[in-house]
Design a protein around this ligand. Structure first.
Ligand code: FAD
Ligand code: MLT
Ligand code: ZN
Length: 478
């Protein structure tokens, strides 16, 4: 079938105004970090699951690849088309209804294109909590969150997107609909297809809706900002926080001084606290089931012990919601501040918490030895052992030239170090196309071979988001 005939068929299926073929399509073709620009044959915007299935079926018959896209906030270049001009971008944005909330079952069922903040608000209106929380929550979608198994800032208490999901509705590569929207917490009826699709980044199926867990809203939430003298002090503080706050510990973020200096430079009105005198700061959140006073007492006690132990040198507990929001806003602004500073080499790694201090010491030393004046933007979800260990050009060195000269080598140094400390080269962002070539070097070969077989079994024509996560091209496959 010609491309022309396929586009005509797609227009018949979902309406001509929802098949975008001409004009400025950069919102769908450019990745969030503006590192990669693709070219789509067309962008299609179906309205419901049946239309998604019909589009996928038509594309499969025409052997045309489909790239699912939610909010296009992914950080590993997985949601834009390649530059061939032959792939269809399938935007889920019009599937944006919250279908149901079951208060007794503590579940919410929503369509894949719902923006994460919209899902949080729907839960809030039912006086319940949907805990998934990311800096991109104003534009990323539930489908994208599940396709990437997103993490964010509440993982240490509630788990990542996978742990929050009970059921999925999925369109297969053949255009069939898998009706799996169960709200069951126990269901051992065979292979776990839901967990196969979660984290598969649009390569095994297209998520059209999901049933997610909800939680009771905490009675009080309190936030503190602490200056710590080192990474090992931050790890020590994490241990104390677990011990003293138990399940009340819902956030534990670490931010290096250079990361905070970028927020101070690019977003001065946010007034970053305590960063100038300390190599690292930590943002802690305590969610209490009793009251604000109880939360404060427990926090004060924790900080007293931490001061005595020497793992905190200064700290401030937010006085009100506005101040707490400002602390979080500072933390969430690091990504944007870094983008404003210029292109950087981004890493999203995880390590056993017990190995993090030594990893940072060793890898900082390695990079400094190889690149005089290198600037390391180290921050992340320390409570989950997840660092965004990013590498910025030395002052005065053009960012594009730095990336051209150093990116492969920096990746190699950082990832070798991650391997030496038994970590992972992707904690929460996924593989996309950015890490496609790195994965075979660091993934267990048997696991990688099984992943390729699964891809082949579920998508034999290879039309679902090809060359993302695993390559099926023989030259890259080994
Ligand atoms: P997209 O970017 O559109 O797509 C991401 C991948 O999922 C692509 O491979 C795409 O093909 C696939 N996909 C999208 N929708 C579907 C679907 N319905 N079915 C099947 N496949 C689909 N991530 C974190 O984990 N933690 C963070 O703390 C975090 N913070 C961020 C902060 C900022 C400022 C930014 C820009 C990004 C951040 N991210 C974070 C990354 C990103 O927001 C998440 O990966 C998010 O889950 C992507 O959702 P999306 O809807 O934008 O997906
Ligand atoms: C974060 O934790 O802020 C996000 O994962 C985004 C990033 O890594 O820049
Ligand atoms: Zn993160």
């Amino acid at each position: 079938m010609s491309e022309h005939a396929l586009l005509a068929q797609l227009r018949d299926l979902i309406g001509a105004q929802h098949v975008l073929h001409e004009g400025d399509l950069s919102a769908y073709e450019l990745d969030w970090r503006k590192r990669s620009q693709g070219k789509a044959l067309a962008v299609v915007r179906p309205a419901n699951t049946e239309q998604v299935a019909a589009v996928v079926k038509a594309c499969a018959a025409a052997r045309v690849s489909v790239v699912p896209q939610g909010g296009n906030t992914g950080l590993v270049v997985g949601s834009i088309p390649d530059d061939s001009g032959t792939q269809i971008v399938l935007s889920l944005q019009r599937l944006n209804k919250v279908r149901a909330i079951d208060k007794a079952n503590l579940t919410l069922t929503a369509e894949a294109g719902c923006v994460l903040a919209q899902v949080q608000q729907a839960a809030e209106q039912a006086r319940l909590l949907f805990p998934l929380s990311l800096g991109s929550e104003g534009s990323c979608t539930l489908g994208g969150n599940l396709a990437t198994n997103a993490g964010g800032t509440q993982v240490l208490r509630y788990g990542n997107a996978r742990e929050l999901c009970l059921g999925l509705e999925v369109v297969t590569a053949q255009g069939e609909i898998l009706h799996g929207l169960t709200g069951l917490r126990k269901d051992n009826t065979g292979y776990d297809l839901r967990n196969l699709v979660i984290g598969s980044e649009g390569t095994l199926g297209i998520i059209t809706a999901a049933t997610m867990k909800l939680y009771p809203t905490p009675a009080a939430t309190l936030t503190a900002w602490a200056a710590v003298p080192s990474v090992s002090a931050a790890v020590q503080l994490l241990g104390l926080a677990h011990q003293h706050l138990g399940a009340g510990l819902t956030g534990f973020e670490m931010m290096g001084q250079f990361a905070l200096s970028l927020v101070d430079k690019h977003f001065a009105p946010l007034r970053v606290p305590l960063w100038q005198d300390s190599p690292y700061c930590v943002l802690l959140e305590n969610s209490d089931t009793e009251s604000q006073d109880h939360a404060r007492q427990r926090f004060e006690h924790l900080l007293e012990v931490a001061f005595e132990d020497g793992c905190v040198t200064n700290a401030v507990i937010a006085e009100n919601i506005g101040q707490a929001c400002n602390f979080w806003h500072i933390r969430e602004s690091i990504t944007l501040a870094q983008a404003q500073e210029g292109l950087n080499i981004k890493h999203d790694i995880s390590l056993p918490v017990s190995a993090i201090a030594e990893f940072v010491q060793t890898t900082d030393a390695l990079l400094t030895q190889h690149i005089a004046g290198v600037r390391i933007v180290n921050f992340g979800h320390l409570g989950d052992g997840n660092l965004h260990y990013n590498v910025q050009s030395p002052l005065g060195v053009d960012a594009a030239t730095f990336l051209k000269d150093f990116e492969p080598r920096v990746n190699e140094w950082v990832y070798q170090s991650v391997r030496a400390f038994n970590g992972s080269i992707s904690a929460e962002h996924g593989i996309g196309s950015l890490k496609l070539d790195s994965l075979p070097k660091y993934k267990d070969p048997v696991a990688l071979a099984l992943m390729r077989e699964i891809k082949q079994a579920l998508d034999p024509l290879g039309t679902l988001n090809p060359e993302r996560v695993v390559s099926t091209k023989s030259s890259r496959a080994l």
